[in-house]
Design a protein around this ligand. Structure first.
Ligand code: AP5
Ligand code: ZN
Length: 215
């Protein structure tokens, strides 16, 4: 099963994708995570993407569609995929169709996380992750069970993203409204869009997504 998770910054795409990976063995392809890895490794793509990401703007369509095509080539044809943070523009949506078709795949669901943007700034600025395994946490909504120790791997190192400040978050949201939200009608025309209430608790959102996937 191939799924797109769509929603503005902080909507919970990464959180829900991680749960689907844990619970269903689907593979998560997050262009944000792949770009951050490229920045960290100092690859040519990382060098191009760094300043753009720190400003909260979108990296070029060619770069992100290129990394998605390459990532798909690494997967066996029967592995299900969750696209997290991709596509984000009409051109990327078009590329994704071509990328999937060329590999004999198709899209089964587009799940939109509906949220109140004002609450998202609070979610994003409180976010941190385990520096070792990447497990996501939040200062108020999801602290590790034992203070300062990752629930999943026991690491005591955590990190925050450089683009998780209020000003950059506002730019990321404006980019979402201007370039990403307008691609929904492409998928609505195919009757594969489902909306879930992203303001509910993490467990409730996961339940709503499961209901869509298991229907
Ligand atoms: P990317 O990494 O994709 O970031 P984003 O879209 O801004 O999304 P986030 O990761 O901020 O949010 P999320 O929805 O995953 O929320 P999360 O689950 O963490 O992109 C970063 C940058 O890379 C872009 O700005 C761009 O420059 C570039 N880029 C990436 N893809 C690109 C593309 N395709 N084209 C061009 N450029 C691209 O949740 C947030 C917090 O809230 C967490 O702390 C979590 O614990 C908490 N939380 C989650 N759900 C709930 C809940 N239900 N209740 C309470 N708290 C919750
Ligand atoms: Zn960890």
């Amino acid at each position: 099963m191939n799924i797109i998770l769509l929603g503005p910054p902080g909507a919970g795409k990464g959180t829900q994708a991680q749960r689907l990976v844990d619970e269903r063995g689907i593979k998560q392809l997050s262009t944000g995570d792949m770009l951050r890895a490229a920045v960290k490794a100092g690859t040519p793509i990382g060098l191009k993407a760094k300043a753009v990401m720190e400003a909260g703007e979108l990296v070029s369509d060619e770069i992100v569609s290129g990394i998605i095509g390459d990532a798909l080539d690494e997967l066996s044809p029967d592995t299900g995929i969750i696209f997290d943070g991709y596509p984000r523009t009409a051109a990327q949506a078009e590329s994704l169709d071509e990328i999937l078709e060329a590999r004999g795949r198709s899209l089964h669901h587009v799940i939109e996380l509906e949220v109140n943007e004002d609450a998202l700034v609070d979610r994003i600025t409180g976010r941190f992750t385990c520096a070792n395994c990447g497990e996501g946490y939040h200062d108020r909504y999801k602290l590790p069970a034992k203070e300062g120790v990752c629930d999943k791997c026991g690491s005591t190192e955590f990190k925050r993203r450089p683009d998780d400040n209020e000003e950059t978050v506002r730019t990321r949201m404006a980019e979402y409204r201007a370039k990403t939200a307008p691609i929904l009608p492409i998928y609505e025309a195919r009757s594969i869009v489902s909306r879930v209430d992203g303001m509910a608790s993490m467990d409730s959102v996961a339940g709503q997504i499961a209901a869509v996937l298991d229907a």
